[in-house]
Ligand binder design. Sequence first.
Ligand code: IMO
Ligand code: MG
Length: 422
Amino acid sequence: MNIVLVGMQWGDEGKGKVIDILSKRADYIVRYQGGNNAGHTVVVGDKEYIFHLIPSGILHPGKICCIGNGVVIDPEVLKRELADLRKNNIDFSGRFKISTLAHVIMPYHKNLDQLREAKRKNKIGTTGRGIGPCYADKINRCGIRMIDLLNPGVFKDKLKDNLKEKNEIFKKVYGHPGFSFQKIYRQYLDYGKLFSKFVCDTAVLLNKACDDKSDILLEGAQGTFLDIDFGTYPFVTSSSATSGGACIGTGISPVKIDKVVGVCKAYTTRVGEGPFPTEFAEGFGNFMRDRGNEFGATTGRPRRCGWFDAVIARQSVMLNGITELAIMKMDVLDGLDKVKICIAYKYKGRVIKEFPHDFEVLSKAVPIYKEMAGWPNQDNNPSSFKQLHPNARAYLLELQKLLGANITMVSIGSARKSTIFI
Ligand code: IMO
Ligand code: MG
């Protein structure tokens, strides 16, 4: 069974925990887009692991973990993440693979990301990790791929060509001194040597795995509304975070995907700029941020918080082909008098039920809420749907009805055991 897992909102839905759970039944776990803008948190016992690049499935002994061609790799971050695994005695020998075709984040990508943000009037609030500029070079056909780092001659030509153009842009547009060829050349050839044993044609590897009837879990990063096409453009990331990205980013054909699982929080959060119709007012927003510990796993920035938005979540179900839902951080809503679900928007007296594409409409849309009774703190540590407070159950059933997909997992805490399977 090949499963794609996607975020249904603006990222940080709790994908790391669900991946960790689904990894048990998978033979291969694969990242297919994004880069170290992602931060996937997994809690095992009293230890918390945060992964930015390596699939979180690496914690499960014997599983093969791949970074697919659709991912952009910052080699320094990868080096650090591998060192951390070694430090934690997680043996990954022979079971970690990197696609030859994955693009590499270069120092100039990171600088450009930050310089562009600083220059912009309408900031995106990127993570500053060089993600956008690296993908731009990929599409611009001047990117550098993992395989290039293994061939000094090829790498030299590509880097020279890049620096010739980029150094001029850096100087003239940004007043930045530019980059030295020798320094980057040597440093990145070293990365190449360090990673060479992991680099392979992961598309061939994964398609063989399909032929052998192995189970593959495709680990999405970011979320549907950060998708470059379907998200709240331009306040998005630069990759295809929807389920279609799993095929492009791995070389596994769409006919080999069996199921798409959608992950969403029981409420909504967003980091960075951009429209967010159900965002809480400041006071309640601060209260909920503290309750849910909503601070970014990658940049530490406070996350913006709001009520569950069924308009965007329904759109997610449609765009991704989601048939199963994992509802995360349900416990954060415990103890509230009332909970609200946005079922439509209102704009200039008009009721809007579909996600609007016009920026002004989306920015000024006023949510129409369905209000429901809250539920007390659930100290009984519920382990089944039946044990949840009736009002919590009613809330989940309402989400299920609005989204038209089945809830198969509800998370009520960060630990593996704080999960209800339905
Ligand atoms: P995970 O996988 C939340 C957001 C950034 C910014 C926008 C563009 O942990 O859910 P970028 O650096 O990608 O060009 O920034 O996208 N963003 C995320 N927000 N979770 C993520 O990943 C994100 N990755 C990018 O905050 O608004
Ligand atoms: Mg994140």
